[in-house]
Design a protein around this ligand. Structure first.
Ligand code: 2HA
Ligand code: ZN
Length: 272
């Protein structure tokens, strides 16, 4: 069997975590990623009925993730270190039949476990898979300007989305469904996981006020691309705050949505 460390899945996560660290988004153990891998891919590397150990999930996961495999960043692990030692900082788990346990197939070498946010990730995966069966990735990170922007605005997703769309012409094109916004909450709990997943019914990105962002995508590039576009836009917003002379007119935003045949989030642009 092939060596999982050499797989494209481990390489993709190792490269993106290093990249995100260099963006300055993932200080210390900040951020976490989970990546759904299809069984036929897992079979190239492992027998699918032999496990290293079991790790309780701490909640009962949705039926849709039962028996599925996730490559997940480890709790307390640093994004900057994944590329140096993937087997210590990542783990591959299979969700058990009773949906309460994760069977470990690979990784967390020194006895570690998945990120404390894994329940929140699984809840978001379940919702996104129902909306879009091709969704594979949930990504959480602490992008600086997005957090600044959240601190400066009311916790209102129409207001947040409008400010983003009015600051960068790419914004409405990349996330026409807008950004979901949660108030400041205690992270690592099932409550914030449920609230995030609820937003994921209608948005692929959710801002956690005073904390960071959650993004979903069909692959690593798509989830990252979504987050980096929000962050770039938030940077433009914060750097121009109080000085803006040329704000993107509503007609241009409507024109962009028409050009790309996009369904915009309701209530953000007047007259739409
Ligand atoms: O994994 O980012 O939200 C560390 C965190 C918690
Ligand atoms: Zn976080």
């Amino acid at each position: 069997m092939k060596d999982f460390v050499e797989s494209r899945f481990v390489k993709e996560v190792a490269e993106i975590t290093a990249n995100m660290y260099r963006q300055g988004w993932d200080e210390r153990n900040g951020g976490n990623i989970s990546y759904l891998i299809d069984e036929e891919c897992v079979r190239e590397y492992f027998p699918t009925d032999k496990f290293i150990r079991d790790i309780p999930l701490g909640f009962e996961a949705d039926d849709i993730v039962k028996g599925r495999y996730f490559l997940v960043t480890g709790t307390g692990k640093y994004f900057k270190n994944v590329i140096k030692d993937p087997e210590e900082n990542l783990g591959l788990v299979k969700i058990s039949e009773d949906k309460k346990t994760a069977h470990l197939l690979w990784g967390y070498r020194s006895g570690g476990k998945f990120t404390s946010e894994f329940p929140a990730h699984l809840m978001s995966h379940a919702v996104r898979l129902k909306v879009n069966p091709s969704n594979r990735v949930i990504m959480h990170t602490h992008p600086t300007y997005t957090i600044c922007m959240g601190a400066c605005l009311p916790t209102d997703e129409v207001v947040f989305t409008r400010k983003l769309w009015k600051s960068n012409t790419e914004a409405v094109v990349v996330f026409p469904e807008g950004i979901g916004v949660l108030p400041c909450m205690i992270c690592g709990t099932n409550e914030i996981g449920e609230a995030t997943a609820e937003k994921m019914n209608t948005h692929r990105i959710v801002s956690w006020t005073n904390h960071g962002i959650y993004g979903a995508g069909n692959d690593i590039d798509e989830a990252f691309g979504l987050i980096e576009t929000v962050e770039k836009t938030a940077q433009i917003y914060m750097l121009t705050l109080g000085h803006v002379v040329n704000e993107i007119p509503d007609e241009v935003i409507i024109g962009l949505a028409k050009l790309w045949n996009l369904k915009m989030m309701d209530g953000v642009i007047e007259g739409e």
